[in-house]
Design a protein around this ligand. Structure first.
Ligand SMILES: Cc1cc2nc3c(=O)[nH]c(=O)nc-3n(C[C@H](O)[C@H](O)[C@H](O)COP(=O)(O)O)c2cc1C
Length: 305
């Protein structure tokens, strides 16, 4: 039996292991629960919720690409009221940490969503999505504007004491500047990265394969970019980083931790292998034992440059 301590700290939260399920890739937890044991996952991040329900973009909303996928779901979600009434009761029963991802089209909407959800005891923290590339109102424009990201963080901080994670966009020139402002305005952590803007054409119809024309690229194709962004933040800002982007197995996850991540999220891989989270956790435990690490947290930012 291995004695490795897999727990990690993100703000006020102690997670049983560093494996988090990325927003938008496991719905509200119930969709994936028949295929995996959610109680062995560090945290579940729910699909972005907005104040009002959103139907999202028309299809085609997903297309496969070399080593990845493009999606332009457009933040389809049930809205705050239904989320509380219909989704939280299930999530309350799952023995994993619940982090709620919030998307909005104005600073006021971010604040209202956070304030309303703050009283839900099942929710232990918030991931603020300032970086969705697939919506016209807000989304990327927020994630691209440093003073707006600062303002959102400041205002959301005023209405909750729970852990706040700002989810950063990779579609900026210096991501560490955004992490810095998030820290200054009271965020407990940042997650990096959301998807990269991409597109794809059908050469016979000459039309984009995605109705929205552009979508967010995820999967193994973005891993080196995501790793470089995590490293950049780690070298410039003292804040816990949750690494995301193309993690398919425990080796990818270890790379993110070495580059500076305290924890990491898995997204696209959940569609291929819903048990990936469990396999990654087991793989990391064996790896730590092999590397003679008592605690997985010793891996964080252990790169030698
Ligand atoms: C189909 C799909 C839907 C997504 N929806 C959201 C979302 O609602 N909110 C969000 O913050 N990120 C969303 N993401 C982004 C993921 O959480 C993650 O940042 C991204 O996919 C990169 O990780 P990966 O390469 O492991 O998939 C979505 C990704 C995919 C593939």
């Amino acid at each position: 039996m291995s004695q490795v301590d897999l727990s990690v700290k993100i703000g006020k939260l102690t997670l049983k292991n560093p494996v988090l399920l990325a927003s938008g890739t496991v719905g509200y937890g119930n969709e994936i629960s028949n295929f995996t044991d959610l109680s062995r996952i560090g945290a579940i991040i729910t699909k972005s919720v907005s104040l009002k329900p959103r139907i999202g973009n028309p299809p085609q909303r997903i297309v496969e690409t070399p080593s990845g996928m493009l999606n332009a779901i457009g933040l389809a979600n049930v809205g705050l009221e239904k989320f509380i009434e219909e989704k939280i009761p299930y999530l309350e029963k799952v023995n994993s940490t619940l982090i709620c991802n919030i998307a909005a089209s104005s600073i006021e909407e971010y604040v209202e969503c956070t304030k309303t959800l703050d009283s839900q005891t099942a929710i232990k923290g918030f991931e603020i999505n300032v970086s969705c590339p697939n919506v016209k109102d807000g989304g990327l424009e927020f994630g691209n504007n440093i003073s707006v990201v600062g303002k959102i963080t400041e205002k959301v901080r005023e209405v909750t004491d729970k852990t706040i994670i700002i989810k950063l966009s990779p579609n900026v020139s210096r991501i560490s500047d955004f992490a810095k402002v998030a820290k200054e305005e009271g965020a407990d952590a940042v997650s990096a990265i959301n998807t990269l803007v991409g597109t794809s054409f059908n050469i016979f119809t000459k039309k984009p394969k995605i109705f929205n024309v552009t979508g967010g690229l995820s999967g193994p194709a973005i891993k080196p970019v995501a790793l470089a962004k995590v490293l950049e933040i780690s070298r410039n800002v003292d804040i816990p980083i949750i690494g995301i982007g193309g993690i398919m197995d425990w080796k990818d996850a270890a790379e993110f931790m070495i580059a500076g991540a305290t924890a990491f999220q898995i997204g696209t891989v959940n569609f291929i292998n819903p048990r990936a989270g469990l396999e990654i956790s087991e793989g990391l435990e064996n790896y730590c034992a092999q590397m003679k690490l008592d605690k997985i947290s010793e891996l964080t930012a252990s790169y030698l440059i």
